[in-house]
Design a protein around this ligand. Structure first.
Ligand code: ATP
Length: 513
């Protein structure tokens, strides 16, 4: 099945099974804003819990906060967002569609890579076992030609971005003959900068009201609380502050479902270190974060690092964790070495000293910062994309199964009486009443047992138990495994110990030790 078709199926699956709905659905939705449904919110909460606990429980020197979305407007001046939180936009005059100019060029760069991969795949097929891929990549004239074109474009693009040269960015789009995917034409406007922050007013009267922003990242809430936390928590550098919260960006083009939203959620951790040690910590946090992703068991081949072409104004190193989505490798998380830019700026704009006296080094300094910043929604999407599978079963049947990591699954156990009579529902309820305190259980008695299993597969429930007539005499149930569909007879008294450990966040956290 084409990747595009798979993605469409995932999007409709998300709606059909109560994971993600378009916002304001009965009013036909609101562009790039989504709501999480009854199953989505559970999955999202589990992702957040996995992240939070991996930061705050597993690191003695990381604590959490929850800062307000509204902040003093000067913060966004100090951080550089008022002047520089822009994306370059370009319009196609024929389709009237708006694009991010940098994304158009990045897509073009990816096309050269696709051409190279096609050549390699073709040769692999032709030469079979004896194929030396590394040698082919180094010597094949067509591969070398595409690589040269890509590298030349890359260098030109990087320079234009660093010089902030909008005319050159447009010229690249013209020279590369990039067309609008809707109109198919090259009738482009000039490239303009567009600030992504949403504004609103605080205060009731025109004179008294002041313009404030909806935060475009949660990080600044951490920086402006650095002193409060460091002093009240008696924290010693190196230490970190973690936060999960909403962020808002007026994205120019909102595409690909919950990948790029205008209201989204971030999980950010700022780690404060001694100046000069930041690149070691940067490396360490890259490894730590990659291990967190890979503990989910989606396969190391589905992740890669992407080092940034253009460093943000505050960074001296930056790398993204990318995940293989159905629409290619895409950023899920950013890891940035932010220097002491933010704290120094807040010192300057607030007039307050944010120096740290380091008793070991016997000196005062403004700490440097390593940031790990991951989007909850993008993480959710990557989990969904990897877990969604259509399976052919013996006997010609098919099933849709969400192979979610058990610790993230919205429902851990379905409790199903075989029939709706003969005392089976009462027995099932009794089991449920005991287990519901330990993990999320769902009771279902409607439809045939086969249909109920399929519904549970579709929302990723790792275990189902069936209560049948024998249960009333032997106090055993049939435990069914989502992935293998194997069934075993187990005593009711053993259910908790069999299941609890496998479905808990702790089982994931232990893989990180
Ligand atoms: P992009 O290049 O895709 O716009 P970014 O590099 O601007 O992303 P950061 O500012 O580094 O993103 O934000 C950190 C994380 O927040 C990203 O890795 C992503 O997971 C998430 N994120 C950023 N913008 C959005 C958005 N509009 N919708 C959903 N998640 C987002």
């Amino acid at each position: 099945m084409a990747q595009e078709d798979t993605f469409k199926k995932i999007v409709s699956h998300c709606k059909e099974y109560g994971f993600v709905f378009p916002s304001s659905d009965i009013y036909d939705g609101l562009a790039a804003v989504y709501d999480y449904g009854q199953n989505g919110v559970e999955l999202k909460n589990n992702i957040k819990q996995y992240w939070w606990q991996s930061m705050v429980l597993l690191h003695e020197n990381i604590v959490g906060i929850d800062s307000a979305i509204f902040m003093h407007p000067t913060i966004w001046k100090a951080s550089g967002h008022v002047d520089a939180f822009n994306d370059p936009l370009i319009d196609n005059r024929d389709s009237k569609k708006r694009y991010r100019a940098d994304v158009l060029i990045e897509d073009q760069l990816a096309k050269y890579d696709e051409k190279i991969e096609k050549e390699v795949a073709k040769a692999k097929k032709r030469f079979g076992e004896s194929f030396d891929e590394a040698l082919f990549r180094q010597t094949n004239p067509r591969v070398l030609e595409h690589a040269q074109e890509r590298d030349a474009l890359h260098a030109r693009f990087e320079k234009a971005l660093n010089d902030n040269d909008l005319a050159e960015i447009k010229q690249i789009i013209l020279d590369e003959e990039i067309v609008c995917p809707i109109s198919g034409t090259r009738n482009w406007t000039d490239v303009r900068q567009f600030n992504l922050m949403f504004k609103t007013e605080m205060g009731s009267t025109a004179e008294g009201a002041s313009t404030i922003y909806l935060r475009p990242e949660t990080a600044q809430g951490i920086f402006v609380n650095y002193l409060n936390v460091q002093k009240t928590g008696r924290m010693k550098v190196p230490f970190g502050i973690a936060q999960i919260g909403k962020a808002f960006r007026n994205e120019i083009v909102a595409r690909q479902f919950i990948f790029r939203m205008r209201e989204f959620e971030q999980m950010e951790m700022q780690f404060f270190v001694r100046p000069g040690t930041e690149l070691d910590w940067f490396k360490k946090w890259k490894e730590t974060r990659m291990a967190w992703h890979q503990a989910l068991g989606f396969g190391a081949e589905n992740y890669r690092f992407h080092d940034h072409e253009k460093l943000a104004h505050y960074a001296n190193a930056a790398s993204d964790v990318e995940f293989r989505m159905p629409f290619g490798f895409k950023e899920v998380e950013g890891i940035h070495s932010r220097t002491n830019f933010d704290l120094s700026q807040h010192e300057k704009y607030s007039g307050r000293s944010i120096k740290y006296f380091d008793p070991e080094a016997n000196e005062s300094y403004t700490p440097y910062v390593i940031e790990t910043s991951i989007g909850v929604d993008r993480m959710f999407l990557s989990v969904m994309c990897h877990s969604y599978q259509e399976e052919q079963l013996e006997g010609g049947d098919t099933r849709v199964v969400l192979r979610l990591p058990a610790a993230l699954a919205p429902v851990k156990l379905a409790v199903l009486p075989l029939v709706k009579k003969d005392g089976l529902p009462e027995k099932a309820r009794e089991i449920m009443d005991d287990l519901k305190f330990h993990f999320n259980c769902k009771y279902e008695e409607k439809d045939t047992i086969g249909k109920r299993y399929r519904r549970m597969d579709a929302i990723g429930t790792p275990y189902c138990i069936t209560v049948d007539h024998e249960t009333l005499t032997d106090n055993c149930v049939t435990l069914r495994d989502r992935d293998t569909m194997e069934q075993q007879r187990v005593p009711v008294g053993q259910l908790r110990s069999l299941i609890e450990d496998k479905v808990s966040i702790t089982s994931l956290l232990k893989k990180l030790q």
